[in-house]
Ligand binder design. Structure first.
Ligand code: AMP
Length: 114
């Protein structure tokens, strides 16, 4: 838990957020401002500020997160495809400084992103 971190509070259940998936190491919940019919955030319970702050010890945690994303995509019925986004740093458009994977699906997504 890191001091004032919103996603640390969500991960510890302090905000009564409904979890689509919760394990010892991660939780998944719907984005408050969805930009696609399915817009889920997957976060580690451990506070990691961004993808740029990962350490070698986080390797198996990241593997668990990727597998969770696949499981959530299946749960959401995203057979025709989905996108996973990790906004990182100011140029990456990161607004919450606790690592999170956006799982987006349920519509055809365009490329390149803005
Ligand atoms: P990013 O801009 O990549 O840092 O993404 C942060 C995301 O967190 C945004 O898509 C927000 O809509 C989402 N968000 C912020 N507060 C909450 C909350 N309390 N519950 C769910 N999603 C949130």
């Amino acid at each position: 838990m890191s001091g004032d971190c919103l996603f640390c509070k969500i991960a510890e259940g302090a905000l009564s957020t409904e979890f689509l998936l919760a394990t010892d190491h991660l939780v998944a919940f719907r984005d408050l401002h969805p930009v696609a019919p399915s817009h889920i955030l997957v976060i580690p319970k451990k506070h990691i500020s961004s993808l740029a702050d990962l350490e070698a010890d986080d390797q198996s945690l990241m593997g668990e997160m990727m597998l969770a994303i696949g499981q959530l995509a299946e749960q959401e019925g995203l057979e025709s495809g989905f996108r996973v986004v990790v906004n990182t740093g100011p140029d990456g458009g990161q607004s919450v400084h606790h690592l999170h994977f956006h799982l987006l699906g349920g519509r055809s997504l365009t490329w390149p992103p803005g």
